[in-house]
Design a protein around this ligand. Sequence first.
Ligand code: PRP
Ligand code: URA
Length: 216
Amino acid sequence: MTLQLRVYVPPHPLIKHWLAIARNAATPSSLFRISMTELGRWLTYEAIRDWLPTKDVTLETPLATCPGTFVDSEAPVAIVPILRAGLALMDGAQTLLPLASIYHLGFVRNEATLEASCYLNKLPDQFDPQTRVLIPEPMLATGGTIISVMAELTKRGIDPAMVRIISVVTAPPALQKLSAAYPSLQVYTAAIDEQVNEQGFIVPGLGDAGDRTFGT
Ligand SMILES: O=P(O)(O)OC[C@H]1O[C@H](OP(=O)(O)OP(=O)(O)O)[C@H](O)[C@@H]1O
Ligand SMILES: O=c1cc[nH]c(=O)[nH]1
């Protein structure tokens, strides 16, 4: 069986609403941050649907015995936000995954070459191979950043099939690179835009996600 990258654009009215707020150039930073929190929440909700491990139990209600299902708190789950902009999705993601371990990764693109370089790496030397990883990364543009992120994770024992990326706006160059290198992973995004311009910005996109989040 040939694997192919799966990219989901959940048709949810709240995702559409908060995406429109985030795209709008007139949205101030304070509201932009709220939109990112909400997108983090709803994209995480969609991404963990068939991914979060559960265990079946038998319960006693006040009236009778019945079957139940709990989230399996012993299965390792990690969130790896990509700084800076990935932090903006964290409040929403963490609300739904309160037991997850958080490992920060900081990447910045060189504005001239668009090459991504890592300036902060809080990953452990090795992960338990059963670890599920959620990556909050708001923009997948040229793909340079996310390909470097995946290399850091896989060399520490992460199986790409256990990885889900939540991203607000994605573009074909990044999705093509991910598809070629890591066809078993899954991406949950609010939009797939048409192009990346010469400055490395997604068009129509939402501008610079980091600057708009932090008012810089
Ligand atoms: O797919 P790529 O072309 O690599 O671009 C995507 C990256 O660009 C932005 O980060 P940026 O370097 O602007 O840093 P910031 O989050 O600190 O603003 C964005 O948050 C992504 O991490
Ligand atoms: O459009 C883009 C592309 C990369 N990073 C951003 O913040 N915006």
